[in-house]
Write a new protein. Structure first.
Length: 438
């Protein structure tokens, strides 16, 4: 047995162990009881620092302070690194909110308590990391600039596409995204980052760079993109997965790609084991990567009549979109209880354009931050591109009976992926036989 196979089996064994021991039956709450030994404790007062960028909603703001999530009003405004004196009622989060396990959802981010509208007094500023403070400041300036040029609902899509921030998207549009199976475009996912990186790589090669130069330049741009959007944990994880997949493909071996993605996922689970069961984004990124590794070459072969243009590899992007959609479908049904009958069509119409639109948005935003007239000029193509996406989503969301409700338990989820794995294996074997014949 080769060393790579030993590493792969050890990683898979670890992941299986994490799956078992993070189940509700085995999992124990290990709270970071920073203030008191029990959960519902009445009124407490403490001083702490805002540990993450505030999550600004339509009417409220969410602040993470140590292991506590605080809900407060939009004014006065607080920012990352502010030192606050907080007085309020500390509680455990509710376990079930309309069928959603809110307690576990917060737990994966290290949050064990909540406080609603406590008394807050600002006692100091600038206590966070200078690097993160700069990144958040740049991100907020970028958002303020583009918001002055682009109206809703396009601005909501822009901020979701670039930053994974859905705060500007109305519930009506969230329902449309769900109905058409395009909700993933409102997240900085492993699939989206990999497609963007693949298009950048193709663009560099088309410009005449050597493959090695194009690869390293793409990785640098990927890192800069993640830093420019404030380096949220989801984007960092997606960037690691996407970068490792590009590295494995650069080395030219499919087996290396699968091992690299599994190894990266194992390291992430070693840091936070709760990601496997409680973070849908992590699940989707991992499965989308496997789809790109194992299913994309098959679709690429089937779609040989579709051209790969020099600066816009349509065949590559379509094959990536289809393979990622198929590999993530069972987990989407398991988590959300439905699937879209029409999702493949709007995804084919939208996903190939995500990378160029994202690049165009950054050029527009950076230009507008320097020269207002340049922002005004570039806002027109950005608005038209975003309008294409919103109109496509709106059109397909109006199709009747586009969604089927379907609840499945985890044993059926496992069976679904075993069947999918068998089908992919058979297709790969069939392609090998065709190759040997020629």
């Amino acid at each position: 047995m080769t060393a790579s196979k030993i590493i792969l089996y050890l990683c898979l064994a670890y992941v299986a162990g994490v799956f078992v021991f993070t189940s509700p039956r085995f999992r124990e709450d290990k709270k970071l009881d920073l203030f008191v030994p029990t959960s519902d404790v009445g009124t407490i007062s403490f001083v702490s620092i805002v540990a993450k960028e505030p999550d600004i909603r339509e009417k409220i703001v969410k602040l993470k302070v140590q292991n506590i999530l605080i809900t407060t009003g939009k004014y006065p405004e607080y920012k990352y690194g502010d030192k606050l004196k907080i007085t309020g009622i500390l509680k455990e989060p509710s376990e079930d909110i309309n069928g959603f396990d809110y307690k576990d959802y917060l737990k994966k981010d290290g949050i064990y308590y909540v406080m609603s509208f406590p008394k807050i007094e600002l006692t100091g500023e600038g206590f966070g990391s200078p690097v993160m403070k700069f990144l958040f400041s740049f991100k907020n300036k970028f958002k303020e600039t583009v918001e002055s040029f682009i109206p809703p609902p396009q601005i909501g899509l822009l901020e979701a596409l670039v930053f994974g921030d859905e705060s500007q998207i109305s519930q009506n549009w969230k329902d449309k995204l769900n109905l058409t199976g395009t909700r993933h475009i409102a997240a900085v996912s492993g699939m989206n980052i990999t497609i963007i990186a693949s298009l950048l790589l193709s663009f560099m090669l088309a410009l005449g760079f050597w493959r090695g130069q194009a690869f390293y330049l793409t990785i640098i741009l990927l890192i800069l993109y993640i830093l420019m959007i404030g380096a949220p944990a989801s984007a960092v994880r997606a960037g690691i997965m996407g970068g490792i997949l590009l590295l494995a493909r650069h080395l030219g071996r499919q087996s290396s790609a699968s091992l690299a993605v599994v190894f990266a996922s194992t390291l992430m689970l070693a840091v936070n084991p709760l990601l496997l069961r409680l973070d849908v984004g992590f699940q989707l990124s991992f499965l989308a990567m496997l789809g790109l590794i194992y299913l994309q070459p098959i679709f690429f072969s089937w779609l040989k009549k579709i051209p790969d243009y020099k600066f816009f590899p349509v065949r590559t992007i379509l094959s990536a979109t289809l393979s990622a959609q198929i590999f993530t479908l069972p987990i989407l049904i398991y988590n959300f209880g439905y699937f879209s009958l029409i999702s493949i069509i709007p995804n084919i119409l939208i996903v190939p354009f995500l990378a160029p639109i994202t690049i165009l948005i950054f050029i527009f935003g950076l230009g507008a931050m320097v020269f207002s007239w340049l922002g005004w000029l570039l806002s027109f193509p950005v608005f038209l591109a975003l309008s294409y996406i919103t109109e496509t989503i709106d059109l397909f969301s109006k199709i009747p009976f586009a969604k089927i409700s379907l609840q499945i338990s985890w044993p059926w989820l496992v069976i679904a992926y075993l069947i999918l794995s068998f089908i992919v294996w058979r297709l790969q074997e069939s392609q090998k036989l065709k190759f040997l014949k020629y």
